[in-house]
Design a protein around this ligand. Structure first.
Ligand SMILES: [Zn+2]
Length: 466
């Protein structure tokens, strides 16, 4: 016996999740914003998106999320982080320069695997809490980063941090090679890559040479060959400081971006953090190669710098946004990125929608997953962020992008979905204990600073019996 057609066509379709929102930012090429909308998720993917009433009739969801007040965005793509560096947050911002070069600060090679894991969880939790669904993370102990990423549940691109410089000499502005460190970090990174290629749907291994001034040209060439042979995305730092430019010029007679080109690392597989101290020729060279910038506007501003992002984009570079660990708030990054283009004299050429594109499609495209995430369309992976539209800083809502970029904050994030799984609801993680993640990282950081000779001025929170 067959079912009558009329009944078959009106019976609601099952779906795993139905997400309701007052407005949805689709992040397609036209900048579509939909009103009074719902999005159905099935088997980790967007099954449909359309008018709320129509979707309510069409689907029988196992569960629902959002409301007529919520604002729906694709998950944000945060392209440059080193989560164990959480240990230095609030401690190094006022003393200048990157922690990897600063003596007296807990360093990567001082962290045990377990310490790196506990700090990494904090960094990832913060990124999740503030709306990142895809993150890049590279540092020592990549296995610990991957373990943390699996626990927190984010879509992650993870790598080891490769370098062969004697960092103590670098702090004195001298280049001296440390081949043992080069060998150890390269082995750690390559072991990680072979262990994780194709192993997890959410974790993709990448290769992360630290920077042109912390890696010798020979090491960079080795990395370039591996990236080519194994089709890996390359994460690095480039033109981060005047010191880096000075050291590379003295060592190789080249600008850092020229060195990267010469060793075969300036191309479409490269995502370079910072790109601040660049001449017009550097910008043109970088842009012509079609490489991607991981723009870190908040971290750069704290060091007194603004990268020439508008000029890089006009030269052909692909722009992505990142928080670089010391803040996990991509909304702050969007806000500062837009302000930065105006500080650098681009006037009002860059608009809010452009910056939202950098924070979503830009990052996804540089990571090679733009066809899978970052646009709310049927068939895409369900990586979603809901903001609570009742927050006073989210009114009035008339058009949309300007309010998101100039006024929204990470704290407005109410729910996050990654790969169809609800990881955050009403601002709280649903699959792990967030308070435990924070407390464990606090204990590790305190111990590491004490070991580095620093006496904390603030006691740890006293645990009370509930
Ligand atoms: Zn970095």
């Amino acid at each position: 016996m067959t079912m009558p057609d009329a009944v078959a066509s009106t019976a609601p379709e099952p779906c795993d999740l139905l997400v309701r929102a007052r407005a949805a930012f689709v992040m397609d090429a036209d900048g579509t914003v939909l009103s009074d909308v719902a999005l159905a998720v099935r088997a980790g993917r967007i099954a449909a998106i359309g008018p709320a009433d129509e979707m309510a009739r069409r689907f029988a969801p196992a569960r629902t999320l959002g409301s007529a007040h919520h604002l729906l965005l694709p998950g944000l793509v945060n392209t440059h982080n080193h989560t164990p560096i959480m240990v230095v947050r609030g401690m190094v911002e006022d003393v200048g320069f990157a922690p990897a070069y600063t003596p007296g600060v807990p360093q990567g090679d001082m962290l045990s695997e377990e310490e790196a894991y506990l700090l990494s969880r904090l960094g990832l939790y913060e990124m999740l809490r503030f709306g990142s669904t895809t993150v890049v993370d590279f540092y020592r102990h990549p296995e610990a980063l991957a373990k943390a990423a699996q626990e927190i549940g984010l879509r992650s691109f993870i790598g080891g941090r490769i370098l062969d410089a004697d960092t103590a000499a670098l702090a004195r502005r001298e280049w001296r090679s440390d081949p043992a460190q080069g060998e150890a970090t390269l082995r750690e990174a390559t072991d990680f890559i072979s262990a994780w290629q194709g192993r997890s749907p959410l974790i993709t291994p990448v290769i992360g040479p630290h920077a042109p001034d912390t890696c010798s040209p020979a090491l960079l060439r080795q990395v370039a060959q591996m990236a080519e042979a194994q089709d890996l995305i390359v994460h690095t730092h480039l033109h981060q400081s005047p010191m880096e430019v000075e050291i590379v010029q003295a060592r190789d007679g080249l600008r850092p971006v020229e060195l990267m080109q010469e060793v075969g690392l300036l191309n479409r597989r490269t995502i370079a953090g910072h790109c601040i101290h660049m001449t017009e020729a550097d910008i043109a060279r970088f842009g012509a190669a079609g490489a991607a910038v991981a723009h870190i506007p908040v971290g750069n501003a704290a060091h007194g710098s603004v990268a020439p992002i508008r000029a890089l984009e006009q030269a052909g570079a692909r722009i992505t946004l990142a928080t670089d660990t010391k803040s996990g708030d991509m909304f702050a990054a969007m806000h500062m990125a837009l302000a930065g283009t105006r500080i650098r004299g681009a006037g009002f050429a860059v608009k809010s929608h452009d910056v939202m594109r950098w924070a979503t499609v830009g990052g996804a495209s540089a990571l090679g997953i733009a066809h899978e995430v970052s646009t709310l369309r049927e068939g895409s992976k369900a990586d979603l962020v809901l903001l609570d539209g009742r927050a006073p800083n989210l009114a009035p809502l008339i058009d949309g992008p300007g309010l998101i970029v100039h006024s929204a904050q990470g704290g407005n994030v109410d729910a996050v979905v990654v790969n169809g799984t609800v990881l955050l609801e009403r601002g709280r993680p649903t699959t792990f204990d967030g308070d435990d993640v924070v407390a464990a990282a606090q204990a590790v950081a305190r111990r590491l600073w004490e070991r580095a000779g620093h006496t904390p001025r603030i006691a740890d929170a006293v645990a009370h019996a509930h």
